[in-house]
Ligand binder design. Structure first.
Ligand code: THU
Length: 126
């Protein structure tokens, strides 16, 4: 599974984004170590606070299906290189190692970061 393939799945997932308030549509595709891909989109709410990001939609779908280990995520938004927000970085860090890859789109190509780069010093009880 390449970053480009995962970004394609994120792009398709973005079609289902429900973003009537911000107009900012996001899609994510999360690759589990099992080989399965879990997609997600952002889902907004009139009360704003209950809004959930695409990345957490994908993560919670996967975890609720029994997945616990992941290889990579791809994220596509309205803008180039749509980075995951801080809350999603922390949520991912519960299940993903520092080497977990985050693919973003730039000039139609996949660029990658590691979760360790994006979230140094994650909060933990350890
Ligand atoms: N959003 C995501 O889906 N992922 C992120 O990492 C950042 C923001 C969504 C939430 C909201 O629906 C919209 O983008 C604008 O913040």
């Amino acid at each position: 599974m390449t970053g480009a393939q995962l970004l394609k799945a994120a792009h398709a997932a973005r079609e289902n984004a429900y973003a009537p308030y911000s107009g900012f549509k996001v899609g994510a595709a999360l690759l589990a170590k099992s080989g399965k891909i879990y997609t997600g989109c952002n889902i907004e709410n009139a009360s704003f606070t209950p809004t959930v990001c695409a990345e957490r939609t994908a993560l919670f779908k996967a975890v609720s299906e029994g997945e616990r280990e992941f290889k990579a995520i791809a994220i596509v938004g309205n803008t180039e290189k749509c980075f995951p927000c801080g809350v999603c970085r922390q949520a991912l860090s519960e299940f993903c190692s520092a080497g977990f890859k985050v693919y973003l789109q730039e000039n139609g190509k996949a660029v990658s970061y590691t979760l360790g780069e994006l979230l140094p010093g994650k909060f933990d009880f350890k």
